[in-house]
Design a binder for this molecule. Structure first.
Ligand code: RIB
Ligand code: CA
Length: 311
């Protein structure tokens, strides 16, 4: 399978951090042209700084761009109670030496993925979709150029921030609706599949034992995050965001179904809910491949092997 050109749009966040490191540790499969950041788990000023520190931890020289500091219409909702004040509590990373690039994330997404040299241009999104929606609004031709958008967000069943909605979709439901209606092939990793990829004590110990500086930082972040990221009485926290990158590296780790997905933007109680038409009852054409099953052991095998490549 040929190498892909990707941009990773994220709101680090410990699980976003693992997605960044996994992508940067996989140069044979992924050319990461940029990491773009959005407000979400923590305010933009923190997600940008976290992305700069993580790119340097990976020893990469990938540009980092700041994007939207708030959703398109809604007020910003953050999740420090899950991720800590910094957003990557538990990592203990040194201050970044480099600064973010001057261009806005939405413009950087368009520039990098419209570039004729981009191969199988793919946008990976692991935070609220504000930057993605802005990029598509500013450059509608992007919808035809992208091979796909691979995103973590939404839920077939219950949400994690309200009974109806998953956090990324809840924070910016209007952006999410724009993305699902843009005509770009979407590969969606909802809570239903990411809750099968749990950070157990044994997996945490395995990551720590990899012994690289990056692996120790991941172990520190996940030790902080795993108990706070739990929902539904689960014993361990789900590792949401890196499922997107793992699918790009080894798609056989996941299985899904082609479905129609629509986003609730009107109901106060249901705001951000993703209506996933698993059984095709609406008769509306599918707009997403919705992942429902995961090989969690295979995922952690991949993650540990790739973290071992970093310093
Ligand atoms: O609901 C989980 C998602 O919201 C993850 O992407 C996490 O990082 C937060 O952004
Ligand atoms: Ca995220």
């Amino acid at each position: 399978m040929s190498r892909r050109t990707i941009v990773l749009d994220c709101d680090p966040g410990q699980d976003d951090a693992v997605a960044i490191l996994l992508a940067l540790a996989s140069p044979e499969e992924l050319e990461v042209r940029a990491v773009t950041t959005v407000a979400g788990n923590v305010p933009l000023v923190r997600t940008v700084d976290n992305a700069l520190r993580l790119v340097e931890l990976a020893g990469a020289r990938v540009p980092v761009h700041a994007g939207a500091a708030r959703p398109l219409l809604r007020p910003l909702v953050t999740a420090e109670h899950v991720h800590g004040e910094s957003g990557i509590d538990g990592a203990e990373l040194p201050p970044a030496r480099r600064r973010p690039e001057p261009a806005h994330a939405a413009l950087a997404i368009a520039r990098h993925l419209l570039d004729p040299t981009a191969v199988r241009p793919t946008l990976v999104a692991t935070g609220p979709l504000t930057n993605v929606a802005l990029a598509l609004a500013l450059h509608p031709e992007l919808a035809r150029r992208l091979e796909g958008i691979v995103l973590m967000g939404g839920a077939v069943g219950p949400g994690n921030v309200t009974p109806a909605a998953e956090f990324n979709m809840y924070v910016d439901p209007h952006a999410a609706r724009m993305v699902f209606e843009a005509g770009v092939p979407v590969t969606m990793f909802p809570l239903d599949v990411t809750h099968r990829v749990l950070v157990t004590e044994a997996r945490l110990a395995r990551i720590r034992a990899v012994g690289t500086r990056a692996a120790r930082a991941v172990a520190g972040m996940l030790a902080f995050y795993r108990t706070r990221g739990r929902t539904g009485g689960a014993a361990d926290g789900p590792l949401h965001d890196p499922c997107t990158v793992a699918w790009l590296l080894r798609s056989e780790l996941f299985r899904g179904r082609s479905c129609r997905v629509e986003v609730e933007c009107e109901s106060a109680l249901g705001l951000g809910r993703t209506y996933v038409d698993l059984h095709g009852v609406t008769g509306r054409p599918a707009n997403a491949e919705v992942m429902l099953e995961a090989d969690a052991d295979g995922f952690f095998d991949l993650l540990c092997a790739r973290l071992a490549r970093l310093d």
